[in-house]
Structures are given as structure tokens and as C-alpha cells.
Ligand binder design. Structure first.
Ligand SMILES: NC(=O)C1=CN([C@@H]2O[C@H](COP(=O)(O)OP(=O)(O)OC[C@H]3O[C@@H](n4cnc5c(N)ncnc54)[C@H](OP(=O)(O)O)[C@@H]3O)[C@@H](O)[C@H]2O)C=CC1
Ligand SMILES: O=C(CO)COP(=O)(O)O
Length: 343
């Protein structure tokens, strides 16, 4: 196996877990963080006590606060900061990064003020650049314990997708490829909205029926908007769509779901975010998805109600009642013309 050097931008839970996979495979990892205190603490403890406690950092992981030193000369640059931070970080590396370095995005969100996918943000900031996106059902807490996990990598060029597939593949981390960059990006971002909703349902004390309803109707919303925006329907039935939806709607590791639970229990958004203390991508992505639904004229009732809870202070129970009292409809009428169905 040839060994590569990889820059990981963002030492949160995901950046640390992905660094561990790569380091254990013998790659040289340069893990960058912006915070000097975190850098000193992590260097001392060889552990990310804030974002991923309980896992020792592998010796192949070197820590950096100087972004120039972290980015210079590596083969791959992995983005593991929150989606809203990506543009700012890219601006800082614009004059350092070269076209030989593949950018891999692992953040799952949409840029709130522009409604752009991360690949579009990369293109705006760096122009045409080799790019891949890594997504799928993969909680950092489990990956860092070598628990079997599957993900998908999408890129415009097959060689780039396969290069990143080979980079990450291990005995416990299985990587599939997919040419559908738009679908993989949107699946990963939009599932956070539904996971937040699933959490609200749990916080209200509802049961498994309500959760199953949200997940099933939720994936339809994701697929409707995602395909209107250029993603392939099959992608949303895969790891980035239904796969990630299952894991985030059901796992207590999910920050989106946990934030939803606190919201359903009546906590304010401020209280919720301070209690979670980590990035909750679904909050900003809900707003972006709501606006995109309007732009593409796509019906997304669950997303609209979650938007109302978050941005119009509608009580969660009222939002549920709004969903349950919608006009009767056919289950698949948005895909098949109801008049043409053979009863
Ligand atoms: N955790 C997981 O299991 C998974 C997460 N993801 C995705 O990965 C992305 C990161 O999530 P995760 O690691 O969990 O988040 P965390 O909350 O654990 O960490 C976020 C990291 O981003 C850094 N950051 C935030 N803003 C900036 C900025 N402006 N400049 C530089 N660094 C910044 C934080 O640094 P600081 O401490 O200085 O604020 C921190 O290191 C998200 O998009 C998430 O959806 C995807 C799959 C799995
Ligand atoms: O995307 C994830 C797992 O696949 C992480 O989800 P959360 O951000 O909700 O924790």
C-alpha cells in the first residue's frame, strides 16, 4: 500500500475520527484546528477531550494551528469543519493549495445565505479543482471505535472517487463510489432536517409510528427536492439518503436528533445549542431547504413545519397537527400521475 499525506481541516469529532482511520492505515495526517488552547491540550493529552473523548490520537497524527504549514505539500485536503465555516477556511488556503491536492468535503450542510452546496462553494472560492464528497451513515463515536461502517464517495471523475475510496477503505470502514455529486451532497445535508424533526417527535413523547412516518415521508421530501436540483433518485435510496436518515433519526449520537429532542421538550434554540455544544447542521440547513423548496416549487410539508418551529416560534404540537390535518392525498402522487394509476 502506498502511503499518502492528508490535511484534515477541523479537529471536531468528525475530523478526529477520520484522521484516526487514515493514521491507522499508515498515512501521515496533519490535523488542523484554529484554537491554540485546543491545540496545546490535544498535544499534551494526545486526545480530543472536547469533541471525541476516550480515544487516543494515533502517532501518525500531527497537530497544527498554522493552516499554511498544515496544507502545504499534502496529497489530499479534507474539510471537516461545519458547512457555514467552509468558505472562510477556503479563503485562507486559496493561495496555498495546489491543483494536485484533491479536496474532499465531509461536512453535511448547505451554505445558509447562498443556498449553495459545498462543491459549489469550493468552485466559487478555488475555481475548478479536483473534488470529492464523503457522506453516509457514520457517527464519529462509532468510527473511532473501529465499529463497521459504510460510506459513499462521489466525484465528477471516477479516478478521483476511486483514489479517495482506496485512501479510506479499511477492515471496518467500507467505501462505495457514486458519480452523483449533487445527490450525495444533498442527501447528507437534507437528512439533518428530518433527523431534527425525528428528535422533536421523540421529545414530544411520540412513539415509533411517528418516527417511521417522519423517516418515510421525509425521504420522499429529500428525493423530491434532490432530484429537482439534479440528484439521481437512486442515490436517495442509498447510503447518503435512507442510510444516513436511519442512523441520524434513531441514534443518540446524532446531534441533530438530540437537538430536536430538546426542542420537542420545550427548550429554546439557544438553550438547545448550548447544551449540545457541537455543530447542529440541520438548523441552518432547514432554512436553506425551505427556501430551495420555494425556489424549485417542491412540496416539503415536514421541512416547512420544522422551519416554522425554528424560525416562526410555532409550538411543535401545532406543527404536528398541521401535518396530520393536511388534505388527503395519494402516497405516490408526486411521482406517478394519480389519474393514471390502475386501481
Ligand atoms: N460527528 C459526526 O459523527 C459526523 C459529522 N459530520 C459532519 O462533519 C462536519 C463537522 O462536524 P463535527 O466534527 O461533528 O462537529 P464538531 O462540533 O464536533 O466540530 C466542529 C469543528 O469545526 C470547527 N470550526 C467551526 N467553525 C470554524 C471556523 N470558522 N474556522 C475553523 N474551524 C471551525 C470547530 O472548531 P472550534 O472548536 O474552534 O469552534 C470544530 O473543530 C459537520 O458538517 C457534520 O455534519 C459528518 C459525518 C459524521
Ligand atoms: O451525519 C452524521 C452521521 O452520519 C452525524 O449526524 P449528527 O450531525 O446529527 O450527529
Amino acid at each position: 500500500m502506498t502511503h499518502s499525506s492528508i490535511t484534515v481541516l477541523g479537529a471536531g469529532s468528525w475530523g478526529t475520527a477520520l484522521s484516526l482511520i487514515l493514521a491507522k492505515k499508515g498515512h501521515e495526517v496533519k490535523l488542523w484546528m484554529r484554537n491554540q488552547e485546543q491545540y496545546e491540550e490535544m498535544n499534551r493529552q494526545r486526545e480530543n477531550t472536547k469533541y471525541l473523548p476516550g480515544t487516543q490520537l494515533h502517532e501518525n497524527i500531527k497537530l497544527y494551528v498554522d493552516i499554511e504549514k498544515a496544507v502545504k505539500g499534502t496529497d489530499v485536503v479534507l474539510l471537516t469543519i461545519s458547512s457555514q465555516a467552509v468558505r472562510g477556511v477556503l479563503k485562507n488556503i486559496r493561495s496555498i493549495i495546489t491543483r494536485e491536492q484533491i479536496i474532499v468535503n465531509a461536512a453535511k450542510g448547505l451554505e445558509a445565505n447562498t443556498l449553495l452546496r459545498i462543491s459549489q462553494v469550493v468552485e466559487e472560492e478555488l475555481g475548478s479543482h479536483p473534488f470529492a464528497v464523503l457522506s453516509g451513515p457514520s457517527h464519529a463515536e462509532e468510527v473511532s471505535k473501529d465499529i463497521p461502517t459504510t460510506v459513499v464517495v462521489a466525484a465528477y471523475e471516477r479516478s478521483v472517487a476511486e483514489c479517495i475510496q482506496d485512501l479510506f477503505m479499511s477492515s471496518y470502514f467500507r467505501v462505495y463510489t457514486n458519480p452523483d455529486v449533487i445527490g450525495v451532497e444533498l442527501g447528507g445535508a437534507l437528512k439533518n432536517v428530518i433527523a431534527f424533526g425525528a428528535g422533536i417527535s421523540d421529545g414530544l413523547g411520540y412513539g415509533d409510528n411517528a418516527k417511521a412516518a417522519l423517516m418515510t415521508r421525509g425521504i420522499r421530501e429529500i428525493a423530491r427536492l434532490g432530484s429537482a436540483m439534479g440528484g439521481k433518485l437512486e442515490t436517495f435510496a442509498g447510503l447518503t439518503g435512507i442510510g444516513d436518515l436511519i442512523v441520524t433519526c434513531t441514534s443518540m449520537h446524532s446531534r441533530n436528533r438530540r437537538a430536536g429532542i430538546l426542542t420537542g421538550q420545550g427548550k429554546s434554540l439557544e438553550e438547545t445549542l448550548s447544551e449540545i455544544g457541537m455543530v447542529v447542521e440541520g438548523i441552518k440547513t432547514t432554512k436553506a431547504a425551505f427556501e430551495l423548496a420555494k425556489q424549485y416549487q417542491i412540496e416539503m410539508p415536514i421541512t416547512e413545519e420544522i422551519y416554522s418551529i425554528l424560525y416562526k416560534d410555532i409550538p411543535p404540537r401545532v406543527a404536528v397537527s398541521n401535518l396530520m390535518s393536511r388534505d388527503r392525498t395519494h402516497e405516490i402522487e408526486d411521482i406517478v400521475d394519480a389519474e393514471k394509476i390502475n386501481w
